[in-house]
Design a protein around this ligand. Structure first.
Ligand SMILES: Cc1cc2nc3c(=O)[nH]c(=O)nc-3n(C[C@H](O)[C@H](O)[C@H](O)COP(=O)(O)OP(=O)(O)OC[C@H]3O[C@@H](n4cnc5c(N)ncnc54)[C@H](O)[C@@H]3O)c2cc1C
Length: 324
């Protein structure tokens, strides 16, 4: 098995991992390596093909793919090593991480390890919704991958479930894929995004907003044909649709945190960190949306730059200790 060493090993090549890596190089850390399981680095913005990225960190209003490209190119110019199609799978002793990539299995000894593996929307299976399991059901993330990366046909009439900010992302993506959004549904009271956004989007996309309502059954055999919903008064109704998008309801991608037996926040399922983003295991840091609540990409990037200072000083102290 190949055995290598590095100053900082960053698991996850999304905005958080990339921003931290760039800042670490600026702070003079020599060997910074990012591990990304997808074929390209960039994280969620890579397939989030609409504007809304970059204001707080790059001071530009960008689409997701352009934002991802800007970060990857900055990281490569700074001398960060990015290993794509490579997954961190297990921990060895202390700060050793086992990777599986195109060249097989590798063990990396790091002075600091950063978990920047992000968060995912809860999929239908984990939402305990009764009814059939037909085709036509997505999360916003899987919808965007199907539309922008795989160029698949999606459907004709959709219902969006959830009313966090990301539901507008689903709305825009459906419109791009020529799918009519009929309704947006949430069990909460009102939309959870910024004031005015709901009214504006209803004006543009012309859909029904149903709050204090929940989905009680998915109907359809091979393909979704309708959903049954219940309002706050217990009234049941049916909406015909061939596509359902489950949005929001985030779960952190905490697999490596759990495998490393890091202390996990029982409420969010994120690894617990202190104010310097250090987890319960010294030398292991966590950044970005693995730490819920969910944040925008630029917030993750700004936070990661701040965290890089603590990571760099940890690396320096480990280097000094090993010399003396
Ligand atoms: C549909 C959608 C629309 C959005 N729209 C906007 C928007 O308009 N503006 C905005 O600012 N934000 C938006 N966001 C939020 C934004 O995308 C996130 O804030 C940002 O991507 C979080 O960055 P991250 O680096 O923490 O995680 P991610 O971007 O999720 O990156 C994590 C990376 O880690 C990799 N990874 C995970 N586990 C492993 C492993 N074991 N080994 C190797 N690699 C691993 C993943 O493949 C992924 O590339 C949107 C999010 C979604 C889902």
């Amino acid at each position: 098995m190949k055995i290598t060493s590095v100053d900082v090993l960053i698991i996850g090549g999304g905005p958080a991992g990339l921003a931290a890596a760039i800042e670490l190089k600026k702070l003079g850390i020599k060997d910074v390596r990012i591990i990304e399981r997808e074929a390209q680095a960039g994280g969620v913005p890579r397939h989030s093909n609409h504007p809304g990225y970059g204001l707080r960190d790059l001071y530009r209003f960008m689409t997701g793919p352009n934002y991802a490209k800007a970060y990857v190119s900055q990281a490569l110019s700074a001398g960060v090593v990015i290993s794509t199609s490579t997954t961190a799978t297990q921990w060895g002793d202390d700060l050793v991480v086992e990777l599986s990539g195109p060249d097989g299995v590798e063990r990396v000894q790091a002075k600091a390890v950063v978990l920047a593996t992000g968060a995912r929307e809860r999929a239908r299976n984990a939402r305990m919704i009764p009814g059939a399991r037909p085709a036509g059901i997505y999360t916003t993330g899987s919808l965007q991958q199907a539309v922008f990366l795989s160029h698949l046909d999606i459907g004709t009439k959709a219902v969006i479930v959830g009313a966090e900010h990301v539901s507008f992302s689903a709305l825009m993506t459906l419109s791009h894929a020529h799918v009519k959004t009929i309704a947006m549904l949430t069990h909460q009271s009102g939309h959870q995004s910024v004031p005015g956004a709901l009214a504006l989007s209803k004006l543009i996309y012309r859909y029904r907003f149903l709050d204090k309502s929940e989905i009680v059954e998915i109907i359809g055999s091979s393909r979704v044909s309708a959903i049954k919903i219940r309002d706050v008064h217990g009234n049941l109704s049916t909406i015909e649709c061939d596509t359902i998008i489950f949005t929001g309801d985030w779960i952190p991608d905490n697999e490596m945190a759990r495998r490393g037996s890091l202390v996990i926040d029982p409420r969010t399922k994120s690894p617990m960190v202190n104010t310097s983003f250090v987890t319960s295991k010294p030398g292991v840091f966590a950044l970005g949306n693995i730490l819920l609540p969910i944040k925008s990409a630029d917030q993750c990037a700004v936070e990661s730059r701040r965290a890089a200072k603590a990571i760099a000083s940890h690396v320096v102290s480990v280097s000094v200790a090993s010399k003396g």
